[in-house]
Design a protein around this ligand. Structure first.
Ligand SMILES: NC(=O)c1ccc[n+]([C@@H]2O[C@H](COP(=O)([O-])OP(=O)(O)OC[C@H]3O[C@@H](n4cnc5c(N)ncnc54)[C@H](O)[C@@H]3O)[C@@H](O)[C@H]2O)c1
Length: 360
């Protein structure tokens, strides 16, 4: 029997609540298929850990995590610890050290999910964002000169290497080719006259190797407008770290809300563990009330199943989310329901069980 060792970092706020429900889904898949199982090891890292120890994680956290097949993360960040510390020292630290240079974010409007776009057909919102996840605007390079003086100067540099830019664009072309879908590149070469001119040039270079893939290139401001006005034109999308971060929140807003948005941080070579997480934060305003929506965390569990090659169970989890939304009975308050986080998770696994044993 194949055993997957998963490092679980529940994190802060609603992180632990939503992670519990994703783990129910992973365990249900393993229970229904006797060829694999999961073993979960929990790490108490996050803001509470920081307030006690002055660090977001153990000093040898990266070595500890290296041993695992994947990392399952809840959410990080809480009042009392500056966000730039919690985000950079934990989340970005893991992404960078494990060369998780691909951030996969599906933007798909499931049946029954709410969208502020009036009368939009579900099939017209079905995008896969491939966001550069290791450098770009989030490289953490810069300087703060003459701090506190009237003439202080702040520099925040973006880093676009040929290797980093080419590999993410190539991965996007490979995905578009495999899925038989178009590829849109989003940049901003008219204003960012080094980094984005370079991005566009590399996109053109790699494109010449994939004549079968239909492509388009958009400026990020136009892309933001078109995602609302004409979302069906986006299929596979490749963009930089910052633009991808912002546009996928817009994607979440048009495709069911932040409670449904999942993301996977992938090291495609599988040299290091990849990390799966909901896109939302720790939601301190509702933490501990058992009303957080676990669907994004469950969707990211589905991405993990897919990553390990268990497409049937990955799809069953998504189909179960869709069925739950269509039933409209067991939903958390952010989706106008009255159910608890754990009730939603329980319903998902019971739908999954029924689907897998009957029709799959
Ligand atoms: N990946 C991450 O770990 C991550 C991502 C974003 C923000 N953060 C951190 O989270 C903290 C809070 O940030 P924020 O308030 O800007 O964003 P947030 O996503 O935590 O919350 C924004 C709003 O959405 C609601 N919300 C979020 N997830 C929900 C869910 N699953 N169910 C129901 N409602 C949900 C919250 O109640 C809040 O009203 C900050 O410290 C921030 O740095 C972490």
């Amino acid at each position: 029997m194949k055993k997957f060792n998963i490092a679980v970092i529940p994190g802060d706020g609603i992180g632990p609540e939503v992670i519990d429900e994703g783990i129910k889904v992973l365990n249900k898949a393993a229970e229904m298929d006797t060829s694999f199982q999961f073993s979960f090891t929990y790490f108490p890292w996050g803001c509470e850990f920081y307030l006690k120890n002055g660090k977001m994680m153990d000093p040898d956290a990266i070595q500890q995590l290296q041993e695992f097949d994947a990392i399952y993360l809840g959410a990080i960040g809480f009042p009392g610890v500056p966000d730039h510390i919690s985000l950079r020292d934990l989340l970005l630290n893991i992404r960078k050290n494990f060369d998780q240079y691909v951030n996969l974010r599906p933007v798909k409007l499931l049946k029954g999910a709410p969208s502020p776009l009036i009368s939009i057909a579900n099939e017209n919102i079905d995008m896969l964002f491939i966001r550069e996840n290791s450098e770009g605007e989030y490289a953490g390079e810069g300087n703060w000169l003459y701090k506190g003086k009237s003439h202080e100067v702040v520099l925040q540099n973006s880093v676009f290497s040929r290797k980093g830019t080419e590999r993410i664009i190539r991965m996007a072309f490979e995905t578009a080719k495999k899925e038989g879908r178009s590829l849109t590149s989003i940049s901003k070469a008219n204003a960012l006259n080094y980094s984005m001119v370079f991005w566009d040039e590399i996109f053109e270079e790699v494109k010449s190797e994939y004549p079968e893939v239909e492509t388009s290139s958009l400026l990020v401001d136009a892309a933001a407008m078109l995602m609302v006005k004409d979302p069906k034109r986006f299929e596979v999308v490749v963009t930089s770290n910052l633009f991808g971060d912002i546009l996928t929140d817009l994607g979440a807003a048009i495709a069911g809300g932040i409670g449904l948005a999942a993301g996977a941080n992938i090291n495609p070579e599988r040299k290091y563990p990849s990390m799966f997480e909901p896109v939302h934060g720790s939601a301190p305003d509702i933490a501990g009330k058992d009303i957080s929506n676990p669907l994004a965390s469950i969707w990211s569990a589905s991405q993990m199943l897919d990553f390990f090659g268990y497409k049937k169970y990955a799809q069953a989890a998504i189909d179960a989310i869709e069925t739950l939304l269509l039933e409209g009975q067991i939903l958390t308050p952010d989706m106008n329901g009255t159910s608890s986080t754990s009730e939603v998770g329980d319903r998902i696994v019971s739908i999954m069980e029924r689907m897998i044993s009957h029709s799959y």
